[in-house]
Design a binder for this molecule. Structure first.
Ligand code: FES
Ligand code: FES
Length: 80
């Protein structure tokens, strides 16, 4: 798989709503980060669907290199 584009070297803080589905941008090309806007079309990337189990604040990965997507796991600190 090719490397995703680094949208931002840090997470996006988002208030999520219980029961709502979110489509995290995996390719890094979306203009509406951290979520998919369809810009992945024509590439091998697809968004990752995430369903919030409860209301709360989440930190969605912006660098697209997290090992626990869609959330940030600190991997952005190790990027070149
Ligand atoms: Fe990607 Fe933190 S923003 S791991
Ligand atoms: Fe990046 Fe859809 S725009 S996965």
């Amino acid at each position: 798989m090719s490397e995703p584009h680094i949208a931002q070297r840090g997470p996006y803080k988002v208030e999520v709503v219980a029961g709502q589905e979110y489509f995290w941008c995996r390719c890094g090309r979306s203009a509406t980060q951290p979520f998919c806007d369809g810009s992945h079309k024509g590439s091998e990337f697809r968004p990752l669907k995430y369903r919030a189990e409860q209301d709360g604040r989440l930190f969605f990965c912006g660098c697209k290199h997290s090992q626990t997507p869609p959330c940030c796991d600190g991997s952005h600190k190790k990027l070149e």
